[in-house]
Design a protein around this ligand. Structure first.
Ligand SMILES: NC(=O)c1ccc[n+]([C@@H]2O[C@H](COP(=O)([O-])OP(=O)(O)OC[C@H]3O[C@@H](n4cnc5c(N)ncnc54)[C@H](O)[C@@H]3O)[C@@H](O)[C@H]2O)c1
Ligand SMILES: [Zn+2]
Length: 352
């Protein structure tokens, strides 16, 4: 088993092993005194993994209750959140009991936010089942729900007590969902590790599973290092936003219908790096490598959306302070920096 210790304001471990989900009861009983667990999951994950998780919890002496909501981003809303609060209240969950988020980033984000707020906070455990959730959303303590006027607008920093990562669960994902998560893995390689980038680049969507444990371990380690230095997102954590400012603009331009998050981030990484090459800020060979790896994971490089409109949408990005934008630029694979520039300069940079 691979273990990564995260020293956040509240320390916790990320455990990575194929098949580990079968032993989750024992692992959870090691980090909590309670023997009452409430699982929150979505309908698809429920149909594949709940039985295994519940059996393991029961074997370790847990009484288990479960709340299931419809899969998909539209469920990450206040209505589902209120239903989770009602479910917790109806089952008399106390502050010493534990909540378990079983699923992708949607389940993790909304369950984490419920854990941050219900009874002013109770412990929660992440069992992420998508690649994105395993390498990104389950680590770092950001939780949120969406509002009708924007994504992730209501949230809290809430660290989990434990993250149980079973790469075997990725076997039941659609190839599109794997590609989506892989965009984030490529991002980690670009911003921090040419070695990770090389491992990803020497595989493809066909055979990535051969090295999946290593990819997850390396991605989580990078995220751990970055969030340990900047838990509350005031500086270095912005590096994780590589490809995201433009990516969010692409998602938003198409009203979150045409591009999934990972697809939009792939486009965003290509766009900013292409401009960086034009300005002499990035090696041309790095752009070529980035483009090749994006394509080998069946992710897009370009979009039909006009650049000028995408740039205008960037000013609405949460990560953008009033008139400045923090552009994340990679000078080579594995090397990134934050370049704070006035919005007008960013427009010129992107339109050159
Ligand atoms: N908190 C953070 O730091 C952070 C970081 C990045 C993204 N996010 C959030 O994560 C969310 C996206 O997460 P996601 O991409 O995991 O989406 P998701 O949770 O919607 O999962 C994608 C789909 O895969 C299904 N699924 C999940 N696990 C499965 C499995 N093992 N087998 C088969 N199907 C499975 C789900 O039912 C869903 O239909 C967004 O809401 C985003 O805002 C949060
Ligand atoms: Zn992302």
């Amino acid at each position: 088993m691979k273990k990564i210790a995260v020293k956040a304001s509240k320390p916790y471990e990320v455990l990575i092993e194929q098949g580990i989900i079968k032993n989750c009861g024992k692992l959870i009983s090691d980090v909590t005194k309670t023997r009452f667990a409430a699982i929150v999951t979505d309908d698809i994950v429920d149909s594949i993994y709940s039985d295994t998780v519940i059996s393991s919890l029961e074997e370790s002496g847990f009484r288990v209750v479960k709340f299931v909501f419809k899969n998909g981003e539209p469920s990450k809303c206040s209505e589902t959140l209120n239903r989770i609060y009602d479910f917790l209240a109806e089952n008399n969950i106390t502050r010493s009991d534990c909540l378990i988020a079983l699923g992708g980033g949607v389940v993790g984000d909304i369950t984490g936010y419920a854990a941050a707020t219900y009874l002013r906070g109770l412990g929660f455990i992440q069992i992420p089942t998508t690649l994105l959730a395993q390498i990104d959303s389950s680590v770092g303590g950001k939780t949120a729900i969406d509002l009708p006027c924007g994504k992730n607008l209501v949230g809290a920093f809430k660290q989990p007590e434990l993250v149980i990562c079973d790469p075997l669960t990725l076997k039941t994902l659609s190839p599109e969902t794997v590609s989506d998560g892989m965009a984030e893995a490529i991002k980690y390689g670009m911003i921090r590790s040419s070695e990770l980038f090389g491992i990803i680049a020497s595989h493809s969507i066909e055979n990535y599973f051969d090295v999946i444990d290593d990819i997850i371990f390396r991605c989580v380690s990078i995220k751990r290092d970055i969030v340990e230095n900047d838990e509350f997102d005031k500086g270095e954590r912005m590096l994780l936003n590589f490809g995201h400012t433009l990516g969010h603009a692409v998602e938003s331009f198409y009203n979150y219908t045409k591009y999934t998050h990972g697809n939009a981030v792939a486009v965003g990484m290509h766009m900013i790096t292409e401009q960086a090459v034009k300005h002499g800020d990035c090696e041309k060979s790095a752009l070529e490598k980035l483009d090749a790896v994006i394509s080998s994971y069946k992710l897009p490089l370009v979009t039909d959306a006009p650049v000028s409109e995408l740039i205008s949408l960037c000013s609405n990005d949460k990560k953008c302070e009033s008139s400045n934008i923090n552009a994340i630029i990679c000078s080579d694979t594995g090397i990134s920096s934050i370049r704070k520039m006035p919005f007008d300069e960013f427009r010129k940079y992107m339109e050159a």
